[in-house]
Structures are given as structure tokens and as C-alpha cells.
Design a protein around this ligand. Structure first.
Ligand SMILES: Cc1cc2nc3c(=O)[nH]c(=O)nc-3n(C[C@H](O)[C@H](O)[C@H](O)COP(=O)(O)OP(=O)(O)OC[C@H]3O[C@@H](n4cnc5c(N)ncnc54)[C@H](O)[C@@H]3O)c2cc1C
Length: 501
């Protein structure tokens, strides 16, 4: 292979154009830095993308978003980028319905309504419910005020400035619940959204759960009007208007090092591009093991990386169907066959799917009619799964899982099978191929205590000039989380340029 170095005059090269890379790139370009983004796919967005089949529109992943209503983190970002008039959000209230064998529970996106609903179901536990949310709120507030340059390893000042983060940094959410409430079904309801991190309450960190709960309640739950990919596509356009450049359809194969510092990247076609700073928005394992090479890493960092666990993934069946969906009262539904959330994970960790595994029953076109033509609708049926559930995710296994989900959903939508006119699925392997996130991990590193908060992989790396952004670094996955990550990485890079380093 012939390598040819192009002395690009980029201040910053960003590998991967997911929502974090785009956020970071736009904020840096807005401050006058020359940004070059390199994305292997033909379009930007990563997990936050959409596709069409037989006249139907589907969003690959994002079913609902926090922080999009006035004042929320995503809203503020779009305001800064002058994009508020180009992206519209549809508020979801109630946000979701949970279907249990013997009852249905509606989930408000408003904190006060949510607390009141839970307290009226469990009047004796009102105080404990308040205590749980007081801790989550405090942790979220403390975490949101940490500057990008904080020295984590200053234990004395850390515990006095961030008392809640310090107290709960090693705890699971299950432990917090046990301290404050006692009814098992209340515990289930209080922890139901730990499934957004693909973890049971006994394993998710309090810090991770605070991110999930508070980014919902602070600024409501919404979905993007039209296709979710409008969000990254408009941000990409904004970046280019500010002088940034996006090279789509180009895969980075190596991070170039000179004198132990990152100086640029080599693409698959042999081009070498140089820049003052390199930011990786891609899978951290891929960044360090494949693009950089472990020899460049200190021993301690290498072994930390080896011990880290990615989050689980999803199998998703997207359906275009004939007729209306009056059977469902909201667009986002989750169906449970038992109250104990932990049980499903015992199977998942053995690369199986329990017969009683919960499933998501989403009807996106109910709130987004443009996803289907008149008289038709879209459904997304999905379940959690590990990448290793199947060695190759071939047609046979995809058909079996699809049929399993259709059978379960038919209890809610009569004659479902006969109404299907379009059908396509996504597997962990397909998610991995599209995003390069290892094993199709939906949220980067899983949010267990040793990988959350102050323990998460830092945005600065042991390699000078190389930074991380996205769901493999802090604070973690979900669109609101990676937007925060993009902002914080931009802040760290800007302060470095400001110091003239
Ligand atoms: C199925 C699913 C459902 C989800 N549901 C929700 C939800 O409802 N709400 C929510 O908030 N979040 C949800 N998430 C999580 C959320 O989508 C992600 O956390 C977030 O989008 C990750 O963004 P990112 O910027 O970190 O990286 P990514 O989106 O992973 O982007 C990385 C980009 O880098 C590119 N890339 C990789 N390797 C290279 C290379 N070598 N060279 C060049 N480019 C490269 C990839 O093509 C990709 O575009 C879901 C995720 C999945 C998978």
C-alpha cells in the first residue's frame, strides 16, 4: 500500500460522526477552529440514523429523547447552532405505558406527576420515594457542574465539592432502593428505566441511573418530528457552514503517532491527514487496540481497558402494517411477563433469551404520521440480547426471533401477522457493522459502578493530543449523554488551544 500524507491544516480531526462527534465538532468550529470529521458511512449520525423500506420510515434506534424541550441540553445546543427552527420535537406525555400481567402502569414524563402517581399507589412509601429522587437529583446536579478539566484524583476536594457523587460512587441503584423503600413492586417501578441502560437495578450504578432518570424528568420526553436522522444531518450541515469539513465514506485505519503524540490519521485508502488534535468518537476498544496499537499505551491503562465491559444490545423487528393502531393508547409500550427485572439478565448473561423476557412494543407512526402513508402504520418490536446469542445471526435465527416477537405482540394487536406489509430486522451484528461499536453495544461501556461517573474512561487519554468523545467516555450513552460528552470534550480542547499548547 502506498501512503501519501496530506498536510491538512485542520486544528482538529474527529474520527466518527456520531452525535457526540458532531456536537463537539460544531462547538469547536463555532469558536473558529478548523475541524475535519471522518466518517466511514455515507451519512453522518452513527446510531442516530433512519432508513426506509417499501414506503415506510424507520429510526434505527432512538425511540425517545430527554433534554429536548425549552432549556434542556439538546434544546440549548440547537439554539447555539441556530437550528431550533429546523428541528421540531414532539413531546410524549405520558411517555410510556408498562404492561404487566395483571395491570398497566402509565409513566408520566413530569417529575411531580410521576412522584404523585407512585405515592398514591404506595402511600406508606411516599417519604422513601422522595428520598430516592432527592439523591438522583443531587447526583445529576453535581455531575452536571463538574468542569471538563477536573482532577479526579484529588479525593479531599472532590468529596467536599461533590458530596453525593462521592457517597454513591461505588453503589448500585438496587442498594439505594433498599435503603429507602421496601415494597418489591414499587422497587420494580422505580427501577424500570434501568433497562434503558440494559442493566437490572442490582447492577446499574446510582450515577448511571441518575443520568437516565433526570435527563428524562428535567426537560420532558420527546421524539424528533419526521426522521430522527434530521438531528445529525442538520448538525452536519451547520458544521460545514462554519467552515468544517466532513469526509463521509472514509474509514480511519490508524492513528498516527510521532514523538509519542497523536499527529493525525491514516485512512483505509492510504491517505494520511494531519492535525493538531485527534478526537475519537468511536468504540474505545477499536480506538486503542486497532487504530493506535496497545504498545503505545501504559500498562495500567491497557489492563483497565481489558477488564471493561460493553453494554448489551438489541434485536429489533421493524414492521410496516396495514390499518390503524387504535389498540395502543400511546406510542411507547413495554411489556413484562414477571415483576422481577433481574431474571431476564440471568438468561442474557448466558447468551440466551428467556421465554418471559420483556419486550418493547413501539408504534412510532402514532406520533410521527409521516413514517407511513395514510391507512398504514409502523411498529418496532424489540428485545434485549447479547451479541453472542447467535454465532452469525443468520436468516433462521432472525426469523425465529421475529416470529417470537410477532406472537407476543399479537396479544395487543389482533391479526398482526396478516396486517404486515413490510418487515426488516436489526441484530447486534448489524449494529456493530454500521457503527463499529463492539458487539453492537447500544450505550458504550455498561453503566456498572466501576465504569460510571468518576471511573468511566476519561475524555483525555494517555496519548497527548488524543481525546475521546461519545458513549465510551463520560458521562455515557443515550443522545443526551453523548451531547454532554461532545460539549465537555470541546471545552477541554478549547481550553488547551486557549493556553496556546
Ligand atoms: C438499538 C439502539 C437503541 C437506542 N435507543 C436510544 C433511545 O431511545 N434514546 C437515546 O437517547 N439513546 C438511545 N440509544 C443510544 C444512542 O443512540 C447512543 O448512545 C448514541 O447515539 C451514541 O453516539 P456516539 O456519538 O457516541 O457514537 P455512534 O453513534 O456510535 O457513532 C460513531 C460513528 O463513528 C463511525 N466510525 C466507527 N469507526 C470508524 C472508523 N474507523 N473511521 C471512521 N468512522 C468510524 C461510525 O460509523 C459512527 O457513525 C440507542 C442505541 C441503539 C444501538
Amino acid at each position: 500500500m502506498l501512503y501519501f500524507r496530506i498536510m491538512s491544516d485542520a486544528n482538529v480531526i474527529i474520527i466518527g460522526a456520531g452525535m457526540a462527534g458532531l456536537t463537539c465538532g460544531c462547538l469547536l468550529a463555532q469558536k473558529g477552529l478548523k475541524v475535519l470529521m471522518i466518517e466511514k458511512n455515507q451519512k453522518v449520525g452513527g446510531c442516530c440514523t433512519s432508513f426506509g423500506k417499501d414506503g415506510f420510515s424507520f429510526d434505527l434506534s432512538v425511540q425517545s429523547l430527554g433534554e429536548c424541550q425549552r432549556g434542556g441540553r439538546i434544546w440549548r445546543l440547537l439554539e447555539k447552532l441556530n437550528l431550533l427552527n429546523q428541528i421540531r420535537f414532539i413531546p410524549l406525555e405520558p411517555a410510556r405505558e408498562y404492561h404487566f400481567p395483571d395491570r398497566k402502569v402509565s409513566q408520566s414524563s413530569r417529575m411531580e406527576t410521576h412522584l404523585e402517581n407512585l405515592s398514591s399507589l404506595f402511600p406508606k412509601e411516599r417519604k422513601g420515594i422522595g428520598e430516592v429522587y432527592a439523591v438522583l437529583r443531587k447526583i445529576f446536579e453535581e455531575f452536571s457542574t463538574i468542569p471538563s478539566s477536573l482532577n479526579w484524583f484529588e479525593p479531599s476536594s472532590f468529596s467536599s465539592r461533590y458530596p453525593f457523587l462521592s457517597q454513591y460512587k461505588d453503589k448500585t441503584y438496587g442498594e439505594l432502593l433498599n435503603e429507602s423503600v421496601s415494597h418489591p413492586f414499587l422497587k420494580t417501578l422505580l427501577s424500570i428505566r434501568s433497562s434503558y441502560a440494559l442493566l437490572p437495578p442490582e447492577e446499574i450504578s446510582v450515577v448511571g441511573m441518575a443520568g437516565i432518570e433526570m435527563s428524562y424528568f428535567n426537560y420532558g420526553v420527546s421524539c424528533v418530528e419526521g426522521r430522527v436522522e434530521q438531528l445529525p444531518l442538520k448538525m452536519g450541515e451547520a458544521l460545514e457552514k462554519m467552515g468544517g469539513e466532513i469526509l463521509t465514506g472514509h474509514e480511519v485505519q490508524q492513528i498516527l503517532i510521532e514523538g509519542k503524540r497523536a499527529i493525525g490519521v491514516r485512512l483505509k485508502d492510504g491517505q494520511e491527514l494531519t492535525g493538531k488534535v485527534v478526537i475519537s468518537n468511536i468504540d474505545a476498544h477499536h480506538t486503542f487496540s486497532d487504530l493506535l496499537g496497545e504498545d503505545h499505551l501504559p500498562k495500567g491503562f491497557r489492563s483497565k481497558l481489558k477488564g471493561m465491559k460493553p453494554s448489551l444490545s438489541y434485536f429489533i423487528l421493524y414492521l410496516g402494517i396495514e390499518g390503524e393502531l387504535d389498540e395502543l393508547s400511546v406510542s411507547n409500550n413495554e411489556v413484562f411477563f414477571e415483576d422481577q427485572l433481574q431474571k431476564e439478565y440471568q438468561y442474557l448473561y448466558e447468551n440466551q433469551i428467556s421465554e418471559k423476557a420483556p419486550f418493547y412494543l413501539l408504534a412510532p407512526s402514532k406520533v410521527n404520521p409521516s413514517h407511513a402513508s395514510k391507512g398504514k402504520n409502523t411498529l418496532c418490536l424489540s428485545c434485549k440480547t447479547s451479541y453472542h446469542f447467535s454465532p452469525d445471526w443468520d436468516r433462521k435465527i432472525r426469523d425465529e426471533l421475529s416470529q417470537h416477537l410477532i406472537n407476543k405482540a399479537s396479544a395487543f394487536i389482533p391479526n398482526l401477522e396478516k396486517r404486515i406489509v413490510a418487515k426488516i430486522e436489526t441484530t447486534p451484528k448489524a449494529i456493530e457493522q454500521w457503527t463499529r461499536n463492539r458487539w453492537g453495544a447500544a450505550y458504550g461501556w455498561t453503566q456498572i459502578p466501576r465504569q460510571s461517573g468518576i471511573y468511566r474512561l476519561s475524555r483525555t487519554t494517555p496519548i497527548p493530543n488524543l481525546y475521546l468523545t461519545g458513549h465510551w467516555t463520560s458521562p455515557g450513552g443515550g443522545i443526551a449523554g453523548v451531547v454532554a460528552s461532545g460539549e465537555l470534550t470541546a471545552e477541554a480542547v478549547l481550553s488547551r488551544f486557549a493556553k496556546g499548547e
